[in-house]
Write a protein of this length. Structure first.
Length: 330
């Protein structure tokens, strides 16, 4: 696979290099190197897998050799983690072996950033309980939760020295917008007219959402509210996301994401003319769904929408709290 570094320049002259890395065998993620005078920041670190680390090193070499930047790891001023998913933070230990630059992340994702492997292991009982609630049998839920935890590269992470909060200005340059929904501690970062979108806004796909039922502070309501906060920011010219292509029309893309979610909500309401569990809804929408680790991801996406519809009073649970079925309330 050929991965090329792309360069973007702000109106004030700061340079941003998009470094694609093979986070997983079939998933490319982006790390970004910001160079603004003597200040340099690495935004996200890849997954920590061997291919990801090699691509990150190759990208830094291209910044020097192809673009003529006299950058070395010793020059790094800052490491920023946009959120605590392993394809974005798993390479932190590797980067720490090359640079002692201070690390910034949101407190809600602190445990995942500092030790992803321990975080996933500790999450197994919560994921299994969620899958039982979604409609899986107990043994199946336990198996799927363990498979999901074991599916990712092992990563020990590293210490976080600075905590990001919504509205803060990191290092006098990067404006922080807390953007939960996909991850509780996800942030977007504004640099002049550029927005580092993380996985909050992607060019062609809708980011996977996690329900507050599984991860507090998440959910569709939180996601839509964060979309509105970004939409209210004037003067954004370009979105640089954690995956996929740059986004030339951020405001139009936000409108498209909002419309896509409303369409999916209508679909779920139609399905729930008869009472359904979360997994039953998922199996109707995603016909290819089978009982495999990805079942957890799909169940999360459906649960986030069902949770929102219940909050709005459009769905109601039936059949008790162990594995409720949801039906249209009006």
């Amino acid at each position: 696979m050929s991965l090329s570094v792309a360069r973007f320049t702000t109106a004030r002259g700061a340079r941003v290099y998009q470094i694609p890395v093979r986070a997983f065998p079939h998933l490319v993620a982006h790390a970004y190197l910001l160079i603004d005078g003597t200040y340099t920041a690495l935004i996200d670190t890849g997954s920590g897998a061997a291919e990801s680390n090699a691509d990150l090193q190759a990208g830094i070499a291209a910044v020097r050799d192809q673009w003529g930047e006299p950058f070395t790891w010793g020059d790094l001023s800052r490491i920023v983690i946009t959120h605590g998913h392993i394809d974005h933070c798993g390479g932190l230990a590797f980067v720490h072996s090359l640079s002692d630059a201070p690390v910034a992340a949101h407190p809600l994702d602190l445990a995942a950033v500092q030790d992803q492997s321990a975080y996933l292991e500790a999450l197994i009982p919560t994921m299994a309980a969620f899958l039982r609630w979604a409609g899986a049998e107990a043994a199946q839920a336990e198996q799927l939760a363990r498979q999901f935890s074991a599916a990712w590269p092992k990563s020990s992470g590293g210490p976080v020295t600075d905590l990001l909060e919504d509205g803060c200005l990191l290092d006098g340059r990067l404006a922080v917008i807390h953007a939960p929904g996909h991850s509780a501690g996800q942030v977007c970062l504004r640099l002049e007219e550029l927005l580092f979108c993380a996985d909050h806004i992607l060019a062609t796909t809708s980011p996977r959402l996690t329900p507050a039922h599984l991860e507090p502070h998440n959910g569709l309501a939180a996601y839509l509210a964060a979309l509105e906060r970004v939409a209210a920011l004037p003067g954004l010219r370009l979105g640089l996301a954690g995956h996929e292509a740059p986004i030339d029309d951020l405001y139009g893309r936000i409108a498209g994401l909002r419309e896509g979610h409303l369409g999916r909500l209508d679909q779920i309401l139609a399905i729930c003319a008869e009472p359904r569990t979360i997994l039953e809804i998922a199996e109707i929408i995603y016909r290819e769904l089978r009982r495999r680790p990805s079942t957890l991801i799909t169940a999360q996406a459906i649960a986030a929408r069902v949770e929102y519809l219940q909050e709005q009073g459009w769905l109601e649970p039936t059949g008790g709290s162990e594995a409720p079925r949801f039906r249209r309330a009006r």
